[in-house]
Ligand binder design. Structure first.
Ligand code: RUQ
Ligand code: CUA
Length: 667
């Protein structure tokens, strides 16, 4: 009831404070509330008194009331932005409305998601299984960086990509139906982090390895780290018409084993380039139990780590010219070729860099430093000309050219303790997340002076994301601070605390903290925020659509054509679902039969979803209007198994059921 009370306040407040506070009394609902609370002509006074009283009772300050007014979205109204956040260790993607911070959906991606029947016996299983690494089917992921598809450097609202750091994989989600369409397993790397980042027309989805390992998942002892271990960046070719990554047209560049971290693609002036930071040029591999010093620790001639500057357009040419070797089925441009041809060039980064963000105009790359107080801005044009003129300061231990730090940078900004990631607005300002200090630091990309403002966030901010923030034209309305810790913010729920998203209004001169959203399913890492009107999601499927193939399913079932076909020990059931029954609703098979259920929803009305599950068989699918799915299982347990609809679809939902009878074998 508390939330309702709060809602009450904001409604009442809007009614009265229309003179003083931002949101106008623009909708009927509010007007009615005002009338109710105030009662006619002198209503303002009455309402005002009750707001004051409510504020007093609940201990709210004026700033709280304005924050509530800026975030409250009345019933029947919709949010202005979608926030797509990584679901972290849940392996999925969370979809949140901004500014209300209401959770709209959790999209099943790498991990089974039972509401959507994602990974519970239907054709979605085939997508998850294609994401296997080696012999292992994977049912979990550590998702980090979602990226929206772009055209001309602007989000186009069509697709979302996301990486799995733990198992080096990339997934494609179609924003027409908010459904995962593909998971590709990186055949070269053993983990990834610098992904997913798209090039400005989504020509490629970039995925960079994190922990170096022999490419192609070979064995090599750690004392061969320098020679055998490698990093790698994969350029996954995206086929926009098919809505799928084309692994056969994808390729990679071999990188030194420097623990590559985050990445970003150039844009506008720097289109055709990509940038990757790194954090272990000492090639340390530990050995803690043996008390050993890190291997190669003394051999590093440079006290800096390296930003990797990559000319991917040139790389593409060399790959097409056949300058590659093939490892684990993928074309890989060798490191020495990439270095000699100007495809891969290094430049120093202050110790322990993190974050790698290209400014909206494409002119700079901003790199933070976990243990440094600065962000460093690298000038993309200067670096391009240094590479063209081959003006280098030296070489790294692998013979890769290294540009002079002073020659390559625009400058540095003194930010504070532990600057990580940086996002941008429409006025030339940058917003850097500062982990140790727990603040968002606002500074100007025009003068590179100290931050003009620091906003406290709670606590230990990791990523930060901005409205349309990674495009060539950010909106400058909101940022979301993605905080790792939330001590004292929420009702306690045991030793595993939720993470804390904090919505911040950046449209005015001063930043204003508006709302907290506890994230109770993971550590989400990154998110992207897109204007809601750019998306045109489907409301119902074309009759018989299998969303996992995007085709009308060849086994689609039309009304009146339902049947059961038995062929030896194979049983195929062609079934339909419509309010509130299945045809057929009695299925009898023999123990040991291979059963396939082809189920089509005959519904065509919006939001008329059914589900389907069978007792004990670990089967569940969601049947949105028009959808078709195919479920296969072995009837290996004899007995009587009710099946039923799992979505409260109608008054007779409980009656939407049937029986699977599995007749025991005669012994
Ligand atoms: S990074 S730990 Cu996105 Cu700051 Cu993964
Ligand atoms: Cu169909 Cu419940």
């Amino acid at each position: 009831m508390r939330a309702l009370t709060l809602v009450g306040i904001t409604i009442l407040a809007t009614g009265v404070v229309s003179a003083g506070i931002v949101v106008g009394c623009e909708n009927q609902h509010l007007a009615q509330q005002q009338a109710v609370s105030g009662g006619g002509g002198s209503g303002n006074l009455g309402a005002s008194a009750s707001i004051q009283q409510l504020m007093k009772e609940r201990g709210l300050r004026e700033a709280d009331v304005t924050a509530a007014l800026k975030t409250y979205v009345p019933t029947g109204k919709m949010d202005e932005y979608y926030l797509f956040t990584s679901g972290g260790q849940s392996g999925n993607v969370n979809v949140i409305g901004v500014p209300s911070m209401r959770i709209l959906k959790v999209i099943g991606v790498f991990s089974p998601e039972s509401w959507q029947g994602w990974g519970y016996g239907g054709d979605s299983n085939k997508i998850i299984e294609k994401g296997a690494q080696g012999p292992h089917r994977l049912y979990w992921a550590d998702t980090h960086h979602p990226n929206l598809s772009e055209m001309k450097g602007d989000y186009d609202g069509k697709f979302l990509f996301i990486n799995d750091k733990a198992n080096a994989r990339v997934a494609v989600v179609d924003l027409e139906d908010f459904s995962t369409k593909q998971i590709v397993a990186n055949p070269l790397a053993a983990s990834d982090h610098g992904g997913t980042f798209v090039t400005p027309n989504t020509e490629y989805v970039i995925e960079t390895s994190q922990y170096p390992a022999p490419l192609g998942r070979e064995y090599a002892p750690l004392d061969q780290y320098k020679d055998k271990y490698r990093g790698v960046v994969v350029f996954w070719k995206f086929d926009r018409t098919k809505g799928r990554i084309d692994p056969a047209k994808s390729w990679a560049i071999e990188l030194p084993p420097y623990t590559q971290d985050l990445a970003d693609a150039g844009k506008l002036d720097s289109d055709g380039w990509a940038y990757i930071n790194s954090l272990n040029t000492e090639l340390a591999t530990g050995g803690t139990l043996q008390g050993k010093p890190p291997i190669e620790s003394g051999a590093s001639q440079n006290d800096m780590d390296y930003l990797h500057v990559i000319n991917w357009k040139k790389g593409e040419e060399l790959v097409n010219a056949g300058k590659t070797k093939t490892i684990a089925g993928m074309r890989v441009l060798p490191m020495d070729v990439a270095g000699a041809e100007g495809v891969l060039t290094l430049v120093g980064e202050p110790k322990s860099p993190h974050g790698c963000d290209v400014t909206p105009d494409g002119k700079n790359v901003v790199v933070g430093g976990k243990l440094d107080t600065h962000v460093t801005l690298y000038d993309t044009a200067k670096m391009k000309s240094l590479i063209e003129q081959k003006k280098f300061e030296g070489k790294d231990i692998y013979g890769l050219p290294v540009m002079g730090f002073k020659d390559a940078v625009t400058g540095q900004v003194e930010i504070g303790l532990g600057p990580l990631h940086t996002v941008f607005d429409d006025k030339g300002n940058a917003y850097t997340s500062v982990f140790i200090e727990s603040v968002v630091a606002k500074w100007s990309t025009k003068d590179l002076k100290k931050p003009v403002e620091k906003l406290k966030v709670h606590y230990n901010i990791g990523h930060i994301t901005a409205a349309e923030g990674d495009t060539v034209s950010p909106d400058g309305k909101y940022v979301v601070a993605m905080n790792k810790m939330s001590m004292d913010r929420f009702l306690p729920v045991g030793p595993l605390f939720p993470q804390n998203f904090q919505l911040v209004d950046i449209s005015g001169d001063k930043m204003q903290l508006l709302a907290d959203l506890p994230i109770g399913n993971s550590e989400p890492h990154y998110a992207q925020m897109i204007k809601a009107d750019k998306l045109k999601p489907l409301k119902v499927y074309k009759p018989g659509t299998n969303p996992y193939t995007d085709q009308i399913d060849p086994n689609r079932v039309e009304g009146g054509k339902e049947r059961i076909v038995k062929n030896g020990n194979k049983v195929e059931v062609f079934m339909t679902a419509i309010r509130s029954h299945y045809v057929p609703d009695q299925i009898e098979v023999d123990e040991g039969d291979d059963v396939t259920l082809h189920i089509t929803s005959l519904e065509s009305a919006e939001d008329q979803t059914h589900g389907f599950t069978i007792d004990m068989y670990n089967v569940h699918v969601s049947l949105e209007p028009g959808k078709h799915d195919n479920i296969s299982f072995k009837a290996d347990v004899p007995g009587t198994f009710p099946f039923y609809c799992t979505e409260f679809c109608s008054a007779l939902h409980l009656e939407m059921a049937g029986y699977l009878l599995v007749k025991p074998k005669q012994h």
